[in-house]
Design a protein around this ligand. Structure first.
Ligand code: SF4
Ligand code: SF4
Length: 458
């Protein structure tokens, strides 16, 4: 009975159901493009028409579905029926989506090396012919070249942040914090992580991402890239400018901003990984593990990876200073393995492909070395905290359920304790879903380990 009521609230009234069917049809037509094209049924579609079908139809379907679902109800968080929906709780549709995402990321990172036995073509060749080539018109317009895999990747990534960002805006439209935060991640992804790097590449300059820094983008502090950028400096100032910007933001910008705002300024407002998790990953945020064991594992893995990248960066510089005589090719091999295992396999394939299985912030919680640094500053030297009005808490558990970082927010709320946790990304969803207004994200005086105020010494 409870399931029937929940499902009725999900599918809506008669006319609404009709509109949703149309939206589903648009989405299905868009997703069918690649298989139909493969069968040769859509060969008449070329250039912009093919790309338009591939991108515009699913976009219309997804935004229409979100509008039907959220705009036909009063503004407010609507999570009715979440635990009766297979899409939200590892049902077959979620597992299928996770498999497609995982396969795409595997093909993207390792496609050149994956060759089917007896075939002359790698997975990359299949993706080039079956997907990448449709992006040529857009790539020519923006860069003057045909689309390569990184163009397609960054375009699809930005497309997903924009599309599911609109869904977030509709869902959380009653919360000013959520609206501005979502607009911010859309802006940073579309500009600093997509258009600006493409524009720089079109001018034969390094495709620098202004929204990623060491250690999230470890090569930005490797000696090899410094030499390359300074080489590109001939006839321009970009290489030197990037080096100064990277050094400034890593050494001064990150600590100061995190002291002032907590890690939320980056993880929930700027970062592309966080941007995708907060938009496309939102339907899966309740899947994050809440156990104490998961908390223990998270602290070990994220800090181990941080130590690893610090050690690798130092070794590379030592090796560079001694012109390779001290460590030979060993430090380069360590950097390559880090790139393969941590950046590509963990951050890419698992970090995004496993959203529908393990929740939306797997990488941010267990792997990201940038989040580890920000978390340490936030935990021990930041003004950010979530304050709780314990007397109002009814122990419903919404806050803990929808915390994507697996923090048991209710435990703190029941005790009226401030929440100062290294892993909290300040997404604010715990406060948004609380029916009693118990939680507030605030900046204030520093707190000690018990969550009480202490004197602030800079
Ligand atoms: S505690 Fe709240 S603000 Fe922090 S990550 Fe969890 S849901 Fe987001
Ligand atoms: S959502 Fe609000 S009322 Fe419910 S347990 Fe959390 S703090 Fe308490």
């Amino acid at each position: 009975m409870a399931k029937a009521i929940a499902m009725a609230s999900l599918v809506g009234s008669g006319p609404q159901r009709g509109m949703m069917r149309v939206a589903w049809l648009l989405l299905a037509a868009g997703l069918a493009f690649l298989p139909l094209r493969w069968l040769g049924w859509l060969d008449f579609l070329t250039g912009w028409l093919a790309l338009g079908w591939l991108l515009v139809l699913p976009a219309c379907g997804i935004i229409w579905l979100a509008a039907e679902r959220y705009l036909n109800r009063a503004a407010g968080i609507d999570n009715d029926g979440i635990f009766f929906s297979g899409w939200h709780t590892r049902g077959w549709s979620a597992l299928a989506a996770g498999s497609v995402l995982t396969a795409f990321y595997t093909g993207l990172y390792f496609g050149e090396d994956l060759v089917w036995p007896g075939s002359a073509h790698s997975l990359h060749d299949w993706l080039q012919a079956g997907l990448y080539q449709y992006f040529d018109p857009l790539a020519r317009l923006l860069t003057g070249r045909v689309a390569d895999k990184w163009f397609v990747y960054s375009t699809l990534y930005s497309y997903a942040v924009l599309l599911f960002g609109v869904r977030m805006l509709l869902k959380y439209r009653h919360q000013t914090y959520q609206v501005w935060r979502t607009l911010s991640v859309i802006f940073f992804q579309l500009s600093f992580a997509w258009l600006v790097p493409l524009w720089l590449q079109a001018m034969n300059q390094p495709g620098y991402y202004f929204s990623y820094w060491w250690p999230l983008k470890p090569e930005y502090l490797y000696p090899g890239i410094w030499l390359e950028w300074l080489g590109k400096q001939e006839g321009g100032f970009w290489g030197l400018y990037f080096l100064i910007f990277s050094a400034f933001i890593s050494l001064i910008g990150v600590p100061v901003l995190t002291w002032y705002f907590g890690k939320r300024w980056y993880c929930s407002w700027v970062c592309g990984c966080g941007g995708l998790a907060e938009t496309m990953g939102d339907p899966f945020r309740q899947l994050s593990q809440k156990s104490t064991r998961a908390w223990q594992i998270e602290r070990w893995t994220i800090h181990t990876i941080l130590l690893l990248i610090i050690a690798i960066t130092i070794l590379l510089w030592i090796n560079s200073i001694y012109k390779g005589e001290l460590l030979g090719a060993w430090s380069q091999a360590a950097a390559r393995w880090y790139g393969f295992l941590i950046v590509s396999a963990f951050g890419g394939v698992i970090g995004v492909g496993f959203y529908p299985w393990l929740g939306s912030r797997i990488w941010c919680r267990y792997g990201c070395p940038m989040a580890a640094i920000l978390g340490l500053i936030q935990r021990f030297y930041s003004r950010f905290r979530i304050t709780t009005n314990g007397g109002q808490c009814i122990s419903c558990g919404n806050c803990s359920t929808y915390c994507e970082m697996g923090i048991d927010v209710r435990w703190y709320a029941q005790r009226g304790q401030n929440i100062v946790r290294a892993s909290c990304v300040g997404c604010g969803v715990c406060a948004a879903v609380c029916p009693r207004g118990v939680l507030r994200l605030e900046n204030g005086p520093l707190l000690d380990r018990q969550g009480t105020e202490k004197n602030m010494v800079l």
